[in-house]
Design a protein around this ligand. Structure first.
Ligand SMILES: NC(=O)NCCC[C@H](N)C(=O)O
Length: 406
């Protein structure tokens, strides 16, 4: 039996994967913000309260919330897996010298024996000052700055949407665009290989593949249609490879992949920052993408390959065709350009749909939210002053594992 089931963006959400922001945010500094993809330093205590409110809002609606750190803790409770994970994690963090990998493993094994504490520490990162080592043993150690980070933090982990993404009954374990986020996918590899609640799930993309693809670009429209953004984060060649694997899997029912070519910019980093489905016939959209959008259709060619065509119809026509009824595109900022740009920057279009017409939104986007209320949607507003500093909204902060059929 399948362990994940996500065949739409709007079917009743039953189970979702989150990561509670932790001490990794305390290792962000002004100099590392750009490389670590943050725009400011969040106040951790408040970010955690906001995140807890987000999780509670979902529990109050009967949704089971599971945390990445708990699934990983179950996996590394096995001593052999723990040793293998620490070694792989340290290598991917740039600890290449075998002597240093041993120093790091000894440090983690003596100070972080508890499996969950270990997992959280691997997310937090390690500073040189935490480790005892003989500076005189090598030139590299002698000249190293003792106040620097030995292993970088992974501050973007609370955006669980991106490093691995459910597609129907399978998963894409992504190759990320940035070095910092690529390290996050290691947790995906371990939980999908080894956690009893997930193992056996068909894998449609391998993190070792060459081309970048991120979960924020992957939208399940229905059991036949998948939409994927070609964006700053996702390359067309990755979509080709994924299409090949999805069409080739006899358990998958997907027969069309729509590739949306969106402008390449930080504000529009993923498809879900400009476009999400919120009801059978409604989508939120950032007006900024309406002009420059090109849509390609990928279908199986009947000979084991893929055929590609460009669809020159309007976005509304394309979506109406594929969802089987006429659709309404609800603009972020309610049609006002300044409000649209300000609120899209704070993820006004990035809603998490938990049932047809019921969406979790950031409270701060009041122009867009008022407009959505007037359109009859059920809004669950969550506080977002600190969480939004990471440039992701409710959809980015959640990975559905199970949705009911529509
Ligand atoms: N799906 C999303 O749009 N996720 C937000 C990711 C934000 C994160 N700071 C990043 O730049 O990757």
């Amino acid at each position: 039996m399948f362990k994940v089931n996500v065949k739409s963006e709007i079917g009743n959400l039953k189970k979702v994967l989150l990561h509670r922001p932790g001490n990794e945010l305390l290792n962000l500094t002004p100099d590392t913000l750009e490389r670590l993809l943050f725009d400011d330093i969040p106040f951790l205590e408040v970010a955690q309260k906001e995140h807890d409110a987000f999780a509670q809002a979902m529990r109050d609606r009967g949704i089971e919330v599971v945390y990445l750190e708990d699934l990983m803790a179950d996996v590394v409770a096995d001593p052999e897996v723990r040793a293998q994970f620490i070694d792989e994690w340290a290598t991917e963090a740039g600890v290449y010298a075998p002597a240093w990998r041993k120093i790091v493993a000894d440090f983690l094994n003596s100070e972080y024996k508890d499996p969950k504490a270990l997992v959280e520490k691997t997310m937090t990162g390690i500073t040189m000052s935490e480790i005892e080592y003989d500076r005189h043993a090598s030139l590299a150690d002698y000249v190293a700055d003792p106040t620097s980070m030995l292993v970088d933090p992974m501050p973007n982990l609370y955006f669980t949407r991106d490093p691995f993404a459910m597609i129907g009954n399978g998963v894409s374990i992504n190759h990320m665009y940035s070095v910092t986020r690529n390290r996050e996918t290691l947790y995906g590899k371990y939980i999908f290989e080894k956690h009893p609640d997930l193992t056996g799930t068909p894998v449609y993309y391998d993190r070792a593949s060459h081309f970048a693809i991120e979960g924020g670009d992957i939208l399940n429209i229905n059991d036949h249609v998948l939409a994927i953004g070609i964006s700053q984060r996702t390359r067309p060649a990755a979509i080709d490879e994924l299409a090949h694997n999805v069409f080739g899997d006899e358990t998958s029912t997907i027969d069309t992949i729509l590739a949306f070519d969106i402008p390449n910019s930080r504000a529009f980093m993923h498809l879900d920052t400009v476009f999400t489905q919120i009801d059978h016939d409604k989508f939120t959209i950032h007006p900024g993408i309406l002009g420059p959008l090109t849509v390609y259709e990928l279908t199986p060619d009947g000979k084991g390959g893929v055929r590609v065509n460009r669809n020159d119809s309007s976005l509304e026509e394309i979506l109406s065709h594929y969802v089987g009824q006429s659709v309404e595109l609800l603009q972020c900022g309610a049609g006002d350009r300044i409000a649209a740009e300000r609120e899209q920057w704070n993820d006004g279009s990035n809603t998490l749909c938990i049932a047809p017409g019921s969406i979790v939104v950031y409270q701060r986007n009041n122009v867009t939210n008022d407009f959505l209320y007037k359109k009859g949607l059920d809004l669950i507003e969550v506080p977002s002053a600190e969480l939004s500093r990471g440039r992701g909204g409710p959809r980015c902060m959640s990975m559905p594992l199970w949705r009911e059929a529509l």
